[in-house]
Design a protein around this ligand. Structure first.
Ligand SMILES: Nc1ncnc2c1ncn2[C@@H]1O[C@H](COP(=O)(O)OP(=O)(O)OP(=O)(O)O)[C@@H](O)[C@H]1O
Length: 621
């Protein structure tokens, strides 16, 4: 059942992406990629010039050969004599042409390579910056693996298209045009004989391009699926181990890999006929040219040297057309990757700043007026329904209620991670929509259940809130909150590495670091989403004291799971089905014999049953 559900969820995600991808399939990727070349126009221009010189060098060689055949050997009465000066100059010319060719191709490749690095890195930066601006809903709907696949592999896939592609295309076109002119120069009949196969070659190339584009889009999609699964596995590895679903998970990965392989193989089979087909066509072209050339010799219109020279041009004329095979394949891979990148870049953040934002809040007065909200616009049920709540500046308000009834959602709306569907959220009497998001969020300090720390030391993490602060200032803040005893016990004290996402620290230690971080940021409003997992009594007390100290003189919202911790709160609000059903002081609410007293009773019973001070939680009620 779980597997089925997982598959269904994944499928919905994929379907959503495919539907979006189809929308932008019509766009011409090439024209959207072109502006990227603007920043490296100097390198691009030099490469174009170098390629033009290279083509000139290539074309001079058949002329050397023709001169050697037609004039290198002189027929005299004594027999055939060598035209030594001509042969010497032609040999030198041939050697120089090879040396120049190697030198120019090396330089051209170096320049296009450095341009590539420049363009791809700036695209990476653009994608990264854009990702940070996207609203939470985008991350709710899109798997992390898909995003990584775009920001990393899809950008890599542009390299052959953007970098080697243009010089090769240019070189191919130049060789094709110059070969055509040279053949025309020798004899228009020779050119016409060879050109008779071009329509068939173009038709085949066009067909190939269409098939190839579709194939590469499928391959990229299949690849994104297994990457997404890999990322999910890495981030959920604990749960997978705990639920002993490694085998199921590996099976799912294998089946996604199998889909990828099948798509890749099918794609390769479909496109593999192109090369042999073009080879057959060029053989036919060569036969036609030789036939026409033979007639020309018989009719004394052409010399043997000219035919030998024209044979070189056959490859220079048809070769570029065959190279289109490779170029189109590259274009297809790159275009499908570009499409996925543009799909990401075209995604607009749902939540944007107002054109003229108000000054950031100071006093921390919070009001929710008739707020309605649901995460998914298509969902039938509202998560928050007609919520009215006022928190005067400096008040400590505790929010309690059963799990999944909207407690954390209230905070998400206060920080404008999501936009309300109806009603308004006011901070200091101003709608949160009228503040600049960054300034609003700086004024709301969050200490959440699943606190995230970033790789680096404890001090590095504290410094996120106060970038200019010295080590001593940071440590002083830790001491002021009474968190020093616990943090100094870490292996290297404040210099201990916290590991990826803070994995080397315990839950309680992470929470203390976050409380100090919030203290350093000096917000007007504080939110403590109390941890549901147990910490020892000593740490718990330290956390509570630190939070109490932190909330002095600020508005504080405590999402409480341990009812014993909030008895002293200035007000307690009980939330049920996204509405405030009761609000008052602890004693008042107990006396009401309503929801709160029921929750409290259940909490006390659970505490007594397990004989642990933190055993009972409202979330189990
Ligand atoms: N990002 C999201 N996308 C869609 N639905 C969500 C999202 N976050 C929460 N929900 C849903 O909204 C409802 C309220 O969730 P919320 O996290 O506010 O509950 P809560 O009361 O804080 O629960 P808990 O006590 O377990 O923390 C739940 O039904 C939850 O499934």
């Amino acid at each position: 059942m779980a597997e089925k559900l997982r598959q269904e969820r994944a499928l919905n995600d994929i379907e959503l992406e495919q539907a979006l991808a189809k929308k932008s399939l019509d766009r011409n990727m090439f024209w959207r990629l072109l502006p990227l070349l603007k920043q490296v126009w100097k390198q691009v221009t030099t490469v174009i010039l170098l390629e033009a010189v290279l083509v000139g060098v290539i074309f001079i060689r058949p002329w050397f050969l023709r001169e050697v055949i037609d004039n290198g050997f002189i027929q005299t009465a004594q027999g055939i004599l060598l035209n030594t000066p001509l042969l010497t100059w032609m040999s030198i010319g041939m050697a120089v042409s090879w040396i120049v060719r190697f030198g120019i191709s090396g330089l051209s490749q170096y320049l296009s390579g450095s341009a590539a690095v420049h363009i791809l890195n700036s695209l990476r930066v653009q994608v990264f910056a854009h990702l940070q601006h996207l609203s939470m809903r985008y991350f709710d709907q899109t798997k992390a693996g898909r995003i990584i696949s775009r920001a990393d592999r899809d950008i890599d896939a542009l390299e052959p298209l953007l970098i080697q592609g243009p010089p090769e295309l240019l070189s191919a076109l130049l060789r094709f045009v110059v070969a055509a002119v040279a053949l025309w120069w020798i004899s228009p009949k020779l050119l016409l004989a060879l050109a008779s196969i071009v329509p068939a070659l173009f038709a085949a190339t066009w067909l190939f391009k269409r098939i190839s584009e579709k194939n590469w889009a499928k391959v990229a999609e299949a690849r994104a699926r297994f990457t997404a699964h890999l990322v999910e596995t890495v981030s959920g590895v604990r749960i997978i181990k705990q639920t002993v679903t490694e085998a199921d998970n590996a099976h799912r990965y294998r089946s996604l890999l199998h889909d990828f392989n099948t798509t890749l193989i099918k794609g390769n089979i479909r496109t593999s006929w192109f090369l042999p087909f073009t080879q057959v066509l060029s053989t036919v072209g060569m036969a036609l040219l030789l036939g026409t050339g033979a007639l020309g010799i018989v009719e004394q219109e052409l010399t043997v040297g000219q035919i030998a020279q024209s044979l070189f041009y056959v490859q220079l004329f048809l070769g570029p057309l065959q190279e289109l095979n490779d170029l189109f394949e590259r274009y297809s891979t790159g275009a499908s990757s570009a499409q996925r990148i543009f799909l990401l870049l075209d995604t607009e953040p749902e939540i944007i700043d107002p054109p003229q934002p108000k000054l950031p809040p100071v006093s921390g007065h919070v009001a929710f007026n008739n707020v309605h909200f649901k995460y998914n616009p298509d969902a039938a049920k509202l998560v928050i329904q007609g919520l009215n709540l006022e928190i005067p500046p400096g008040q400590v308000l505790a929010i309690v209620g059963p799990t999944g009834h909207g407690k954390s959602t209230i905070v998400q709306l206060l920080t404008r991670f999501y936009e309300v569907n109806e009603g308004e959220v006011l901070v200091d009497g101003v709608n949160v929509k009228d503040y600049q998001q960054t300034l609003l969020r700086r004024k709301v300090g969050l200490v959440l259940q699943d606190n995230v720390l970033f790789s680096g030391s404890v001090l590095d993490n504290l410094r996120l809130a106060a970038p200019e602060a010295s080590d001593d200032t940071l440590i002083q803040a830790v001491k002021e909150l009474g968190a020093d005893e616990i943090l100094e016990r870490l292996p290297k004290g404040y210099y201990t590495e916290v590991g990826p996402l803070g994995a080397f620290l315990s839950h309680g230690q992470r929470q203390l670091v976050c409380i100090v971080r919030a203290y350093l940021a000096d917000p007007a409003i504080l939110v403590l989403d109390e941890a549901t997992s147990a910490v020892d009594l000593h740490t718990e007390r330290k956390i509570q004291n630190a939070f109490r100290r932190l909330s002095e003189g600020r508005t504080a919202i405590i999402i409480a799971h341990r009812l014993s911790t909030i008895r002293d709160a200035d007000a307690i609000a009980v939330i049920r089905d996204g509405q405030i059903v009761e609000k008052g002081l602890h004693n008042e609410l107990i006396a009401l014999h309503g929801h709160y007293s029921g929750l409290y009773k259940a909490y006390q019973e659970a505490s007594e049953a397990s004989a642990l001070p933190d055993a009972g939680r409202t979330t189990v009620a």
